[in-house]
Design a protein around this ligand. Structure first.
Ligand SMILES: Nc1nc2c(c(=O)[nH]1)N[C@H]1C(S)=C(S)[C@@H](COP(=O)(O)O)O[C@H]1N2
Ligand SMILES: [Mo]
Length: 507
């Protein structure tokens, strides 16, 4: 009989072996069948709005890492419990393991696009965990240890240790192999691709649109530093050779396109700044890129939108959905099905093989990544992922501005200094930015040029800083003459409002 510590350790090791075997089974079968990911994704979809908002506020872009760590901790706790139970109540332990496996199988089977085989990794986990636990429960001392029969306890301990090391080795090898298999699959998902040149290239950026000031974000955000927001726990890897885009619903002529057919259409290249509705005042969830893609409006016209249809319900390979007004996409703006980003093939994290981009709309109502389906429908008939959760159906990007230099609570020397930042009002355009210091009069900042109204603009202002604490505030005015509202509202349900301000100390 094990001491409680040995029982707990056996449980933990068995849990690790179960996890490693399950992840390996999933990597070999279907990566999306990973029980850990399936449970994590189900958790994300079932999370109430307030908890999701709390997680994003508290952990920011690390929210998914925190969730995965939490899940692993939960698995470890269950495994320890199973180990402890198995010495006294083996039936109860087995029942617990079976229940857990059944729950994760249900989670895997209820993912969008799941196949019956997706339950297999959970079964593998249950079997492996049970076997490992059994192996460590009554390890028999090998014969050459027989002279130590006088000390059976020590021999038993040594045999247990050996079994434990074997189980741990199995966990490490299976988990490591799973990672390698997944890595090889990722590398095959678009690395060998060269995109055609645009038939209709973007105009060059006007000189000076990037002020290149230290501390100010660059005009074009690199693909590596571009913010990422989505509900996917792991980046979906969609092999472009299997990819299809189906355009159907309330259309006269449904269309289905392969990736080659998409690329054989004339490609347009456009500068468009993307913003997330969850971005708080002064927040980081906005970025600018030069997108290469197919004219989405043209594609819809070819399919022929039927009268009365007002929603483009797009769906991603992982089942996320997004509702975009038909009217907006057809109003002449540069809505794209993008395949390239800043001169590169669209990175997997940003939607490879193809994603939607519609200037002027928040990402959750316009920017479907890994898009595989466009259904023309009516807002009255169908809801999308976030609108079902109470977010607005109509969500144009609100006018916003941000102070990036100096940083909050910076200590700066007295004398001439520069205040600078960015402002955006996509598709309307930023007409002016104003700054005020310590509630004084609003002063016009100098605006850098922008290539189109669909991009953000940089701005700067000289400031003769005098010693003391100072409050710097910014507001933008869009090209329709609307002043950015001063009232602070939260992102829910259609984007935050309010002015960004920073406190600095001058000495
Ligand atoms: N498939 C899919 N596409 C998606 C999302 C998602 O969760 N799943 N999130 C949207 C949201 S809320 C935003 S703000 C943008 C962000 O795009 P990015 O991650 O490339 O910056 O993607 C949009 N497209
Ligand atoms: Mo978003």
């Amino acid at each position: 009989m094990h001491t409680p510590i040995a029982a707990a350790a056996s449980g933990l090791l068995s849990g690790a072996a179960a996890l490693g075997a399950a992840e390996l089974a999933a990597a070999l079968l279907r990566p999306q069948a990973s029980p850990l990911l399936a449970v994590g994704s189900a958790f994300i979809d079932l999370t109430p709005e307030w908890l999701k908002a709390f997680a994003i506020r508290t952990f920011g872009a690390d929210d998914k890492t925190v969730l995965m760590l939490g899940l692993v901790a939960a698995v470890a706790a269950c495994a320890i419990a199973a180990g402890l139970l198995s010495t006294r109540r083996p039936r109860l332990a087995a029942g617990g393991v079976a229940t857990l496996a059944a729950l994760t199988a249900v989670a895997a089977l209820s993912r969008p696009g799941a196949a019956p085989a997706d339950a297999l990794p959970s079964l593998v986990a249950a079997v492996t965990g049970t076997l490992a636990l059994h192996l460590m429960r009554r390890p028999r001392p090998p014969h050459r240890d027989l002279p130590a029969a006088a000390e059976p306890a020590r021999a038993g301990r040594r045999a247990l240790l050996r079994a434990g090391v074997a189980v741990l080795g199995f966990a490490a090898v299976s988990g490591g192999t799973a990672r390698l298999v997944n890595g090889a699959r990722d590398a095959a998902a678009g690395g060998d691709l060269a995109l055609p040149l645009p038939a209709d290239p973007a105009r060059p950026l006007p000189p000076g649109s990037d002020l290149r000031l230290p501390g100010l974000s660059s005009f074009t955000t690199s693909n590596r530093s571009f913010y990422r927001v989505d509900t996917a726990l792991v980046v979906p890897r969609v092999p472009y050779r299997d990819w299809r885009l189906r355009v159907h619903g309330l259309v006269h002529r449904p269309v289905e396109l392969t990736f080659d057919q998409l690329l054989s259409r004339p490609l347009v290249e456009r500068d468009i700044t993307l913003t997330c509705v969850s971005n708080e005042v002064g927040g980081p969830y906005t970025g600018h890129a030069r997108w290469l893609g197919v004219d989405l409006a043209q594609l819809l016209r070819e399919a022929g939108v039927r009268p009365g249809a007002d929603q483009i319900l797009s769906r991603s390979a992982d089942g996320w959905t997004c509702g975009t007004p038909v009217e907006t996409v057809l109003d002449g703006r540069d809505a794209l099905l993008a395949v390239g980003m800043n001169g590169e093939v669209l990175p997997a994290a940003h939607g490879f093989p193809a994603r939607m981009i519609v200037p002027g709309l928040y990402g959750y109502v316009s920017a479907t990544k890994w898009v595989t389906e466009i259904k023309i429908t009516r807002f009255a008939d169908e809801q999308a992922y976030w609108t079902r959760r109470g977010w607005a159906e109509i969500a144009p990007i609100k006018t916003a501005s941000r102070i990036e230099v100096p940083k909050p609570f910076a200590r700066i020397p007295a004398g001439r200094t520069t205040i600078a930042g960015t402002a955006w009002a996509q598709h309307r355009g930023v007409a002016a930015v104003e700054v005020r210091i310590d509630q004084g009069p609003w002063t016009r900042a100098r605006l850098a040029p922008s290539p189109t109204p669909d991009t953000w603009r940089q701005w700067h202002l000289d400031w003769p800083a005098t010693p003391g604490d100072h409050h710097l505030e910014v507001r933008a005015i869009d090209a329709t003459g609307q002043v950015q509202p001063s009232r602070r509202t939260p992102p829910f349900p259609d984007g935050t409002t309010g002015r960004h301000s920073v406190l600095v100390t001058v000495s």
